[in-house]
Structure formats: C-alpha cells, structure tokens
Design a protein around this ligand. Structure first.
Ligand code: PEP
Length: 253
C-alpha cells in the first residue's frame, strides 16, 4: 500500500494536473493499493474522476460527529458520500499544530470505523524520545489511547491501518533506517495482537517519514511493514508513480 499525503499543497487545478499525468506514469502497477489524500477542496472532483479506476481516495482529517455546529469541520458521512475510503487520523502535524489530543484521536478512529471509513492512525515519537530509547513507551501509550473504544471483537478491525511516523523523520530528509522501521512495526504488531487477537495480522502497518523513490524498498516488504505513507515525494506524479511501481515490482518478486 502506498499513500500520498498532500498536506496543504496543490490548488484544484494543480491537483487535477497530477491526476491527468499519473495513470500514464503508473502504467503496469499491480497488486498495490494506491491512495491519494488531497486537500478537502479536491475531493469532489477527484471522486468523479476516480470512479471505476484503481486509484483510491483518502482524506487528511475529519471530525468525529455525524453533523453539528462545528464551524470549518467535515464529517465522516460527508467523506463517505464522496467515495472517500481512507482517512488519516492523528498525524503529528495535527497533534502539534492544532492541539489534537489522544482523546480526539480516539474519537476519530472510532467514528471512522463506525461510518465505514478506513482510519490510517499515525503514531510517532519526537527526536528526544527516540534518542532516549522511549519510542516503544510513547507508541504504546498513543496506540492504547487511540484504540480505547475499539472492541477486540469488532468485525471492522482489519480496516484499521497504523502508520509509524517518527516526527523527526517527517519532511526532514532524515528517515528512520529500514531496520528501525521494521523493528517498530514488529513491536506494534505484537501490541495489536495483545489488544485485538489474531485479527491483528490483517492490520496494515505503514512507515512514513522522508520516504522517496530511492529508499522506499528499504521499508516496504520488510517484515511487518506493509506500505508507506508519503508526504513530499508524493507531490509529483512521476515520483509517486515510481514508488508505486517499485512496491509493485517487489510484490511480484
Ligand atoms: C507525512 O507527512 O506523513 C510524511 C511522511 O511526510 P514526508 O514524506 O514529507 O516526510
């Protein structure tokens, strides 16, 4: 699975230009879920243009209520209506710049599953925590709080996607090593199994943080790493297609 997180980049015109260029660039990509999470303003147009194609639509955020007096917010049914399947939740930029708490993240994960969306739950430690060997403690705390309302018996658990995104690696050009990503993903898989049982084997775990066409195969395909969440390098059709093609080739062996 490769997921493009465009953050607050691309006007509608720029986004549509990407969409026009991408299919040709990505010719031959098979057996990889390719997800694009553009800004909200592009979702409606993307939804119409992606219908029936292989690209999958995601959103970068949402509110947890069905509707209400929440100025500026977008609800889960609004995303569903547009054919959005995935929604990024708890990205560190939302936690750090918009004060999104673990409680809010928990409400959003629960709402996404309730409304038939697939949450991509982002977890990650900062540089000091990484250096002090606190990564596992930080991630465990974030994961337990985020899944507090999720029943281990829930049929929708395989819809959950978890992304390990070390904050110090996001947008810095300094990614975690493939070994670190794989070790942390293995740790998260173990925690998910403790919490949810065998169904955790079906939960996809992604790595995110300065992934690019040159390094993507250091991560995807390593034990317990099922894909990548990509910011900066997903903004150009050629570069994002190159990464999808690399993962597709890896899967074909
Ligand atoms: C992200 O924003 O989730 C991300 C991983 O960004 P970048 O690839 O630019 O580090």
């Amino acid at each position: 699975m490769v997921v493009a997180n465009w953050k607050m980049y691309k006007t509608l015109d720029e986004a549509l230009a990407f969409l026009q260029a991408f299919p040709l660039e990505a010719e031959g990509v098979e057996d990889v879920e390719v997800v694009i999470c553009p800004p909200f303003i592009s979702l409606a147009d993307f939804s119409r243009r992606l219908a029936g194609g292989s690209l999958i639509l995601g959103a970068q955020n949402m509110h947890w209520e069905k509707e209400g007096a929440y100025t500026g917010e977008i609800s889960p049914p609004m995303l569903r209506e547009l054919g959005v399947r995935y929604v990024i939740i708890g990205h560190s930029e939302r936690r750090n710049f918009f004060g999104e708490s673990d409680r809010v993240v928990r409400n959003k994960v629960e709402a996404a599953l309730t409304y038939g969306l697939f949450p991509i739950l982002c977890l990650g430690e900062n540089w000091d925590q990484f250096n002090n060997g606190q990564t596992q403690d930080v991630l465990k705390n974030q994961l337990l709080l985020a899944l507090e309302k999720i029943s281990p018996k829930g049929e929708l658990i395989p819809n959950l996607v978890v992304a390990y995104e070390p904050i110090w690696a996001i947008g810095t050009g300094t990614p975690a090593t493939g070994q670190t990503a794989s070790d942390v993903a293995g740790y998260l898989r173990g925690l998910l199994k403790e919490l949810l049982g065998g169904v955790a084997d079906n939960i996809r775990i992604l790595y995110g943080g300065s992934v690019n066409p040159e390094n993507i195969l250091e991560y995807v395909g390593k034990p317990d790493v099922d894909g990548a969440l990509i910011g900066g390098s997903s903004l150009k059709a050629q570069s994002f297609a190159e990464m999808a093609r690399a993962v597709s080739g890896e899967r074909r062996g």
